[in-house]
Design a protein around this ligand. Structure first.
Ligand SMILES: NC(=O)c1ccc[n+]([C@@H]2O[C@H](COP(=O)([O-])OP(=O)(O)OC[C@H]3O[C@@H](n4cnc5c(N)ncnc54)[C@H](O)[C@@H]3O)[C@@H](O)[C@H]2O)c1
Length: 279
């Protein structure tokens, strides 16, 4: 544990756009919020040199226990939650920044079980999802009948291979639907682009990855923002539809507001017991 027992120690896994943003804010404002950096790990360790103090750099991810983190945040790749999520959760709260990892049902089941057994919280950042807490409450009350998340971005803002990549390339002429169906099938095809949909599935476990619908659209008329629409329906004709415009630099995969949303999510992570918690 740290010298100051009241501070929560934060481990950051991944030092790309989100990782660098979170490290900077932790260094600038962490102490004010009762937070301090425990470690930073990146697949390419050279990227940390000169920017992260040497004593905070973690050489081997398997050595994370030595740093006694209270919360570990993955902002690298979905494969991290799949390979290390279980050991993280046994030791600390775990915020999975790439929740598309949980579209793999074995990973979701395993992490839910470990959270329950260990008493640590598996945090899912809301990201660009609007109304996540309301969706969660409807789901808990057994009132959520259907949920659809539609995401539209400029063709340049996708990181896609295979068939979807080809469809996105052809969308230069006009709006094209790349996928329309259960989110489960979409996550492995677009793991970096549909974290918001995955967060919706985790907020609504009664529907889950098979029941929540995802629609992914490439639209050349959206050069500087992404659009996220959420439609929830319930009994007796109840329905809510939200439309979020998320400003994004041309070609950026992550909208600008999502960075600040991650920081706000981290501030929520004070330990909510052995469960999955949208933050
Ligand atoms: N939850 C959300 O709403 C949301 C929003 C944006 C991004 N994300 C996800 O967060 C993660 C980080 O996003 P970013 O914008 O910082 O990405 P980025 O590409 O800027 O950075 C990713 C970092 O992880 C490392 N990395 C890449 N593949 C890896 C692998 N297989 N194993 C270990 N390390 C690997 C890279 O070296 C890089 O340092 C991505 O998985 C992205 O999909 C989630």
């Amino acid at each position: 544990m740290s010298g100051d027992q009241s501070r929560r120690r934060v481990g950051i896994v991944g030092y790309g756009h989100l990782g660098q943003y979170l490290v900077q804010r932790l260094q600038d404002e962490g102490p004010r919020h009762g937070l301090e950096l425990a470690f930073v790990w990146n697949r390419d360790a050279d990227k940390l040199k000169g920017t992260v103090p040497a004593e905070l750099q973690l050489g081997k991810l398997a050595d994370f226990l030595e740093r006694c983190a209270d919360i570990i945040i993955e902002v690298a790749h979905p494969c991290i939650a799949q390979t290390h999520g279980e050991s993280f959760l046994k030791a600390a709260d775990f915020m999975v920044g790439s929740p598309t990892a949980l579209a793999d049902s074995k990973t979701e089941q395993k992490l839910r079980e470990v959270a329950q057994r260990s008493g640590h919280t598996l945090y899912i950042p809301s990201g660009a999802l609007w109304g996540g807490q309301d969706i969660q409450r409807m789901d808990e009350g057994g009132l959520l009948q259907a949920l659809t998340v539609t995401m539209a971005k400029h063709p340049n803002s996708f990181r896609l291979g295979g068939h979807l990549g080809e469809l996105a390339q052809r969308a230069w002429q006009g709006r094209a639907v790349l996928y329309d169906g259960p989110v489960r099938g979409l996550c492995p095809l677009a793991p970096n682009n549909v974290n918001t949909m995955a967060a919706a599935c985790l907020a609504a476990p009664s529907l889950g990855f098979d029941g929540v619908k995802g629609c992914l659209i490439a639209d050349p008329n959206l050069p500087d923002y992404h659009v996220v629409e959420v439609e929830a329906t319930g009994p007796g004709g109840f329905s809510v539809r939200t439309r979020r415009k998320n400003p994004a630099a041309c070609g950026a995969v992550t909208g600008a507001a999502t960075f600040a949303a991650f920081w706000s999510s981290l501030l929520v992570c004070q330990g909510h017991g052995g469960r999955v918690y949208l933050c």
